[in-house]
Write a protein that binds this ligand. Structure first.
Ligand code: TXA
Ligand code: MG
Length: 320
């Protein structure tokens, strides 16, 4: 029997009983559990094979006061919440004592967001606790944007994937933390840097070169297909360099042709970054399922959501 289901009341029952399930959000599917149930939280880490030092994001219902989770809300955090929630923005704030240490990996901060997805908002309304949910993929691999992706990863390990269709945004939330009340971007994501700056002015980007920053989503190799994957801004040259291999190609809008290219996915024929972002992970899942020798991805225009897409592709690939 399939674990994929649209039954929201069953999802609520399972979570209330301390089980973990996958839930849809507008960014990617999450692997969710009751934040107050230690067994459930442990099960999330175990199922993902995620190290316990890597904290989880707490997802709250629209009507829940942020102060039930965070003990201090800097002015700019409030402005961001007002501008982007419900939506793909995660705020890292000083935590309330009630938030268990295991959720925050012992940190005194908590990552929190209000997801913009009807199914999951409906689910949260039925629960009297927030849910912790990292992306529903084994640690280091590509995040799921469809129920079928989660099913493929965790078929025998979880009881249910709550099906909410394909995720509209398609990459993870933008994470913003505060140091001395000043905002700083920990992880680029589904809200562009430009959109954030429009709302609150200039913002710094956490140095992503070092390997153990505050957001291990920034680890060098992450979001990665199992097929060797390289990035290129001269796709044809790289195809020729590897001719004879079975190659998959992923481009923004450009179409390329060569007999070695077994599968070519164009993310947005009309050249829209938003559309390309929504298709990105599904395309990587598709290419990765073909047992190719090599995947070559294009380097995106480095502005707006192209910057966020490049961030993910960089971590998914070896630079060529
Ligand atoms: O869009 C998303 O954010 C998805 C959906 C399911 O909400 N979730 C997601 O979770 O991407 P995850 O666990 O895959 O990535 C969350 C990142 C991790 O890199 C984690 O280290 C970081 O957030 N994080 C969580 N709590 C933190 C904290 N207190 N301080 C700094 N970073 C934190
Ligand atoms: Mg993740």
């Amino acid at each position: 029997m399939s674990i994929i289901s649209k039954d929201i009341s069953k999802a609520a029952q399972l979570l209330s009983a301390g089980d973990i399930i996958a839930i849809p959000t507008e960014t990617v599917y999450g692997l969710a559990g009751n934040i107050f149930n230690e067994n459930a939280i442990r099960q999330i880490f175990k199922t993902k094979e995620r190290p316990l030092f890597n904290p989880l994001i707490v997802h709250i219902a629209k009507n829940r006061a942020l102060t039930t989770v965070a003990r201090h809300v800097p002015e700019k955090a409030q402005q961001l919440a007002d501008a982007f929630w419900p939506g793909p923005l995660t705020l890292v704030l000083k935590k309330q004592d009630v938030i268990p240490d295991i959720v925050t990996a012992g940190k005194d901060t908590v990552a929190v967001r209000v997801p913009n997805h009807n199914v999951t908002q409906d689910l949260l309304k039925r629960l009297d606790f927030p849910i912790a949910a990292p992306s529903a993929n084994p640690f280091g691999s590509i995040s799921p944007t469809k129920a079928a992706h989660v099913d493929h990863y965790f078929k025998t390990k979880i009881k249910m994937v709550l099906d909410g269709g394909a995720c509209h945004k398609g990459i993870e939330s933008t994470i913003i933390g505060f140091e001395d009340d000043q905002p700083i971007i920990y992880r680029l994501g589904a809200i562009s840097l430009e959109a954030i700056e429009k709302a609150i002015g200039k913002i710094a980007l956490k140095n992503t070169d070092n390997n153990t920053p505050n957001a291990p989503g920034m680890l060098d190799r992450h979001y990665a297909p199992s097929t060797p994957t390289i990035r290129s801004n001269r796709i044809m040259e790289d195809v020729l360099k590897h001719k004879g291999k079975r190659i998959g190609v992923l481009t923004f809008m450009q179409v390329v042709q060569h007999e070695s290219i077994e599968k070519h996915i164009v993310l947005s024929k009309s050249g829209h970054l938003e559309e390309a972002m929504a298709q990105l992970y599904d395309a990587l899942h598709q290419l990765d399922s073909l047992n190719l020798d090599l995947i070559i991805t294009e380097i995106f225009p480095d502005h707006d959501l192209g910057k966020s897409i490049n961030d993910r592709l960089k971590r998914a690939t070896y630079s060529s």
